[in-house]
Design a protein around this ligand. Sequence first.
Ligand code: HEM
Length: 384
Amino acid sequence: MRYPIGASATAPELTADPHPLLARLRAVEPVSWLPALGGWLVTRHDLARQVMRDARTYTVDDPRFSTAQLIGPSMLSLDGPAHTRHREPFARTFRPAETRARFTAFVETEVDRLVTGLRPAGRAELRAELAGPLAVAVVAEALGLGDTDATTIRSWYEALVAAVSAITAGQEAATPEAYALLRARVEEAIKDGRPSSLLAEVAGRPEGLTAAEVVADTAVLMFGGIDTTEGMITNAAAHLVGHPDQLALVQAEPGLLAGAIEESVRLEPAASVIDRYAVRDVALGGAAIRAGDLVRVSIAAANRDPEVFPDPDRYDVRRGDADRHLSFARGPHFCFGAHLARLETTTALRALLRLPGLCLEYTAGPRGLVFRKPDEVRVRWSAA
Ligand code: HEM
């Protein structure tokens, strides 16, 4: 057997706590064949970067890509000039300075509103009561769909996720009703043409995206921005509050908060695996990959590569170079929502740190094959 460790991997193990298995793979089979995942798994930091940066060899543009089967071509499933045409009109709004100018006040107001509501109870479950509602509200605001209520947007998102998961599992999935509702709402926003509307702005740009293309990219932003950011905030809170010694360091020196967040996103990237398809036969890390093979990159494994991060399993807010993680990918599909996600996480954690006597009551730790986060993170503080 060429890849015994890969052959032994099971989906439940990869879903619960994959890190011990990923460490063994990275050390012995850094590019391994995993029958449980139906493809190769790349676990070393240098090889993971190589795959993500080389879209000519490892593409997202493949008919098997489940999101594209549901919503049609979008920035997530295209490469080369077609990808740039879809991505650029959206990405320009999310550059660091634009992100700060456009979203800081909204994110602060939203966090303040949520935390003020929670404060008197003296306890909260942070995923459902803070991270989730914040992530939905910010995506709605970013897309200019703020007058559609959060529950509706969440239900569209969940219907799309269910349909994509069904396709991934090899089942037939009809385009959900939710996609028609999203399409109608996006077309309305384009037609309205309000000066502040991102969707109207994108549709009016020289790249000339059609309404159907703007709808597909809007769905990608929803996919990209809701579950992941909910996970990033939840994981960051669980790591910080769950390590009282590290929490004390950040409380004494608030400048360490940025490092604490990067360290958390390194240890548990909210999107832990990304998929590519080999365009040609290629050798990688000792493996002979064949044209058409599915090549999955384990960001979670690359982020704990001891060649890059000494003592990689340790949560250390003073690490200093945690941002060498690959959690927002690299190369042409690099996550342009990263600055916004960081803004949301920083603002949420700052507000939590102001709660007196903040401590962890319970968390079961993160779970998930691709999107990883704890089911719940219960904290308490002194409400007096
Ligand atoms: C407001 C929050 C966010 C928005 C709006 C957003 C949006 C996006 C978009 C539109 C893409 C596709 C870019 C392309 O294909 O060219 C993307 C890619 C990606 N995002 Fe985000 N994202 C957000 C938060 C996050 C978070 C919190 C994480 C993980 C911690 C994350 C991880 C990724 C990764 C790994 C990719 C690359 C996917 C791939 O290459 O296949 N994103 N994001």
